[in-house]
Write a protein that binds this ligand. Sequence first.
Ligand code: MG
Length: 216
Amino acid sequence: MITLPTTDTTLRPGKLLCIGRNYAKHAAEMKSDVPDTPMVFLKPSTALVRSGGTVELPPQSQEVHHELELVAVITTGGKHIAQEDAMNHVGGYALGLDMTARDVQQQAKDRRHPWSVAKGFDTFAPLGAFVPADSIADVQQLTLSLSVNGETRQRGTTADMIFSVAELVAYCSSVFTLEPGDLLYTGTPEGVGPVQSGDTLIASGTGLPSLEVQVR
Ligand code: MG
């Protein structure tokens, strides 16, 4: 076990595991099929920015989108973790945003290139403060919402995840050795959309500390 990373702005986990298309309505709004196994991509830890920080719009993109996500933190590492045992490896939860350069991502999709650039810019992984996992009664029954300048843009429930947190941890650990501090961004519900310089994004969720970032 490690102590939960709180609001440390120098947090540098080994990896940020991110899940694409984990909510059917988001897959539909992206005109994508629902996957039959989890779709995993990685972000670099340099993409992290903590609550109170600023998302920097990169010059390479004209269309950066918000994706509101529940984030699980691995506090006990492992490989080939059984789904039944998976929650013993998760020590806490936080709110996160999977910022996405949608135009860059579309180009990558068209060229069959990876998403690393579209997803991996500095400050593209805002992260709130953690609560201990045992403070959350049922992680698959959390309401999540995101407002932009006070207007609600995304509202969802983790009940709609295609793959549960336990399934995702088990699946990811079949590929990667999970290490304490690794973060799992679990996918976004529908309602993604563009942000502009000057926007204030506030994420909230049942039992989770709110996450606020500015866009510049
Ligand atoms: Mg996402």
